[in-house]
Write a protein that binds this ligand. Structure first.
Ligand SMILES: *C/C=C(C)/C=C/C=C(C)/C=C/C1=C(C)CCCC1(C)C
Length: 258
């Protein structure tokens, strides 16, 4: 897996160039100037493309063991960019919430973020592969619960409870489970800070998503505008900003090694 990802790093430059080519360029409907949700979809689509090109190109600058992390960050923003093109079109043309594209995106990008977390843990100390799979199971429970609730297969409250249970399990794993118990003393400062950033992201950054769900379905004033704007903001933080943090650690560690 890791070897494969490293090979992909070599393909990074052509891939980055390709990713700049729009996957969908239809303009079924004009973006209305007061459609702020639509505008947020547009802004974030473009930011995700720029971030993808940046992460892939920067693999050239960091030392070998950090290349994989940057490739994974670039894959997260690339997969999300393509989904944002589609979500944006659905929203602008119909005003509907693009739930199915949203969850297909999460089904790919959240496991990729788990790969990223696993790589950070490995940079600190020896970890078993088991932890990776446990994080993955928590992710699946979280997303299946959320999707079933949003798509109407089960009640929104039940979907919320199942989703929260999956997320709680992930938090347990990284705070109290094997990952939480890891002795991080020998790791360099910057890697330790990446580890604590990872915990903050999964706790605070990810907490924005259930908030979106609550304001989209569970309050008096619940609306699809709130749902989409909150999910979109959460993606900027958890996909782009998180990638930038990993990038800054990668650059700092690579410069030191020179
Ligand atoms: C790039 C996309 C990311 C990091 C998506 C993360 C999504 C979540 C953390 C979703 C969590 C949910 C709950 C904790 C309960 C309600 C249902 C969800 C799926 C919105």
């Amino acid at each position: 897996m890791i070897k494969m990802l490293n090979k992909m790093a070599k393909l990074a430059v052509p891939a980055a160039a390709l990713s700049v080519v729009p996957a969908v360029a239809s303009a079924a409907e004009n973006l209305a100037q007061d459609d702020f949700v639509g505008i947020s979809f547009w802004l974030i689509s473009m930011a995700l493309i720029a971030a993808t090109a940046f992460f892939f190109l920067e693999t050239q600058r960091v030392s070998a063991k950090w290349k994989t992390s940057l490739v994974v960050s670039g894959l997260v923003t690339m997969v999300a960019a393509v989904h944002y093109f589609y979500m944006r079109d659905v929203w602008v043309a119909t005003g509907d919430t693009p739930t199915v594209y949203r969850y297909i995106d999460w089904l790919i990008t959240v496991p990729l973020l788990m790969v990223e977390f696993y790589l950070i843990l490995r940079a600190i100390t020896k970890v078993s592969g088991g932890i990776f799979w446990r994080l993955m199971i928590g992710t699946l429970v979280m997303l299946v619960g959320g999707y079933a609730g949003e798509a109407g297969y089960i009640g929104v409250t039940l979907g919320f409870i199942i989703g929260m249970a999956g997320w709680a399990y992930i938090l347990y794993e990284i705070f109290a489970g094997e990952a939480g118990k890891l002795n991080a003393n020998e790791a360099p400062e910057s890697v330790k800070s990446a580890f604590s950033t990872m915990r903050w992201i999964v706790t605070i950054g990810w907490a924005i998503y259930p908030l979106g769900y609550v304001f989209g379905y569970m309050t008096e004033s619940a609306s699809m505008e709130s749902l989409n704007v909150i999910y979109n903001l959460a993606d900027v933080l958890n996909k782009i900003a998180f990638g930038v943090i990993i990038w800054s650690v990668a650059v700092a560690e690579s410069e030191k090694a020179k």
